[in-house]
Ligand binder design. Structure first.
Ligand code: GTP
Ligand code: MG
Length: 303
């Protein structure tokens, strides 16, 4: 056995839309997590497992921490908070293309208190979007939110700039330990769960306004069909009749577009052909209803 091997957990924390899931996909070199330009894409904790010659680093993707407006939001914040205990290092991701927001400040103060026990690394993301001459001042504004000894590693999850330096900084806090996962395993979700996330991602990308945020996806059937690939049937749940009309579109056009996008992503992820059948159902105001939320695995814990 390699005695120099390292193993540890990194919680990836930040407000919605800063690029946490994009970063994890980029580090793994493979897409395991749904990504979209809309806030609150990630709804549940998900592991991204990176195995190299020297180490196995388990990244914990979390929902963006925000000021919740409904019960689903309360659940999302809990999911993110629960990723913190027991990790070896916390990666605080921020978006340099925007000034620090109140949410950034709130998260920073919470993580700074925790930093006495769990090391904190600050990663300003999306440097590709910000003019280089103004970058220093913007980075200083973010650095001021965290303890002075927390290292700052600016990066771009989409161009890959800064990823190697980030990994090196994280490795400083990953202890010498045996790996806990098989080297081939890259996430803790089953293929059918990733498929559901990719269908929801397609909804987030194609639907507008409040509609996509009220979408939940259930896989009804996932069957292997040998050389023909996989057959997947899924239901897209929306919150209102009017949203059902929007999700289906004139002559079923929107649903077709969502289906095509989702099928491409699922085929790419699973490396085989996929036949995807989608339907849309209404589950009234499910984001305000804890019982309905539970059906999708979004369970609020009482404190
Ligand atoms: N230009 C640019 N865009 C980025 C970068 N990283 C992420 N994005 C984009 O930012 C958007 C949000 O990315 P996500 O990875 O879904 O963000 P997230 O932090 O996981 O968001 P939640 O799951 O909602 O908390 C997507 O449109 C990404 O393509 C980057 O480095 N540069
Ligand atoms: Mg995400």
């Amino acid at each position: 056995m390699n005695l120099d091997f390292h193993f540890g957990y990194v919680a990836v924390i930040g407000r919605p839309n800063v690029g946490k899931s994009t970063l994890i996909n980029a580090l793994l070199g493979q897409k395991v997590a749904a990504v979209s330009p809309k806030a609150q894409t990630t709804r549940r904790r998900q592991l991204g497992i990176l195995t190299t010659e020297e180490a196995q680093i388990v990244f914990v993707d979390t929902p963006g921490i925000h000021n919740p407006r409904h019960k689903l939001g309360v659940f999302l914040n809990q999911e993110a908070e629960e990723a913190l205990p027991g990790v070896d290092v916390v990666l605080f991701l921020v978006d340099v293309s925007e000034e620090p927001t109140d949410e950034d400040k709130w998260i920073a103060s919470r993580l700074s208190r925790l930093a006495r026990r769990t090391p904190l690394v600050l990663a300003p993301n999306k440097i590709d979007l910000f003019p280089a001459e103004a970058l220093t001042a913007r980075l200083e504004a973010y650095q001021a939110l965290v303890p002075k000894d927390a290292p700052m590693l600016p990066l771009s999850a989409t161009t890959g700039e800064g990823l190697e330096s980030l990994l090196a900084a994280l490795m400083e806090h990953i202890p010498a330990r045996k790996p806990e996962y098989e080297p081939e395993q890259i996430t803790d979700l089953y293929e059918r769960e990733i498929a559901a996330e990719l269908i929801r991602e397609a909804c987030l990308q194609h639907l507008r306004d409040e509609v996509p945020h009220g979408v939940a996806v259930r896989i009804d059937e996932f069957t292997e069909r040998g050389d023909e690939g996989a057959y997947i049937a899924a239901t897209i749940f929306v919150e209102r009749e009017s949203q059902k009309g929007i999700a289906i579109g004139r002559g079923g056009e929107m649903l077709k577009r969502i289906g095509t996008a989702a099928r491409h992503e699922i085929e790419e992820m699973s490396g085989r052909k996929v036949f995807l059948e989608l339907r849309v159902k209404v589950l009234k105001e499910w984001r305000k209803d804890e019982k309905a939320m539970k059906r999708f695995g979004y369970r609020i814990k009482k404190k």
